[in-house]
Design a protein around this ligand. Sequence first.
Ligand SMILES: [Zn+2]
Length: 486
Amino acid sequence: MASLSAGHSESVSGVPAEWSGTTAQGAEAAVAVQQAAGSDPYFPEHGDARYRVHRYELALDYRPGPNRLAGTARINAIAGRSPLTEFTLNLSDFKIGRVRVDGRQPHYTHRGGRLRIRPAKPIRGGAAFTVEVHWSGNPKPVASPWGGLGWEELEDGALVASQPIGAPSWYPCNDRPADKASYQISVTTPSAYAVVAGGRLLTRTTKASTTTWVYEQSAPTSSYLVGLAVGKFQTVLLGDPGPGGVPQHGHIPAHLLPEFSRDFARQPQMMDLFQELFGLYPFGEYAVLVTDEELDVPVEAQGLSLFGANHVDGARGSERLVAHELAHQWFGNSVSIADWRHIWLNEGFAKYAEWLWSERSGGRTAQQLAASAHRLLSSQPQDLRLADPGRKSMFDDRLYERGGLTVHAVRCALGDDAFFRMLRAWVGLHRSGAVTTAMFTAHVNRFADEPLDDLFAAWVYGTSLPALPAQIPARPAHPPTNAESA
Ligand SMILES: [Zn+2]
């Protein structure tokens, strides 16, 4: 763990040396975009900014007993402005079979989780190209400071939760959050098992003793957000989506069904609330999956969230996490981050969505929850900077709490009317895109009577804990409806 974190704390970006409002923000935005175009400052070995992928077609064969995976990927990509003499995909230590670039055999090396490919002929700048890779082996998680990430063999099946760098544990990818692509995933496995992936189930075909499940995720998806589970589940529909509604399915071990039915009963109401507050749900469907094992924390994927058996108790003990994971579909999945320095834009909003759900469902108000978070943070070290927490601290609890508080501070400064208009505009403008902290602060300022630069300097770019924001000014008792959105 130490060696993985070493040498990392001084990330290059930074607080503008002198904070001078929009000019500094503009400068930082330029730096942010430039760096987003290079390798990720936190994970320089992941992703290749010289090209982007627009579609992955993955055909996998998986045998749970021996934990044996064989796959074929067909990757449609586009070269950046410069000609590509070589490019890199991230893929763990598998046996590589065939590799082709536009049908021709390239030269390649596969070392340290990177498949470096030199096409027979350089690819012209801006040209579309297709990569085909065959691989096989026993998938295992990618080691990280947060434990194993990605493909995990379970007692009876497998589960994939990749945030932030676990995707190469099971398929070759351009592993950076800003490179978003559509996916078709076909998994063949013994018929006793079900396969759950994010997106729409297109077909399920049984032949002899195996079944092939084909899922399509047409919305642009970051590589780490491709979720998958192989196991024995009971599938239920949550609520009645009605015409035009979002179908919400649950996949759970049969023995947890009674608890699950109570714990997730209010998710359809959350869906309604979040669509009212954030704008339309960004994907075609939503599913939650409960694995029979314990997970430290639930994990979001595109159109899918993964929970552990420990998050189901029949007493709604983890309901705030049900809200948190659902909110990630807007914040993190549809509106993604340009690189991992900006992770508070995912977690701060998901945290704040917990508070909004509590407030609107008869629980404690956002102001009360903000006060608790503030008390908690004031007793802890104040050396974490939201805008660029460093790789070591990107999943620090303080980032979540301070992120939620920062969103609350923005709400208190703007008032409910402007705040929720700002939020829906943010989600609408950046749907399927990727954002930075500087883009967010500039966006908020468009909804403020006066620039909120001091607020951002203190909450986002500073480390010491600012005072708890004052109570939300008395404005309309509830946020405006979608009809009034910006
Ligand atoms: Zn989260």
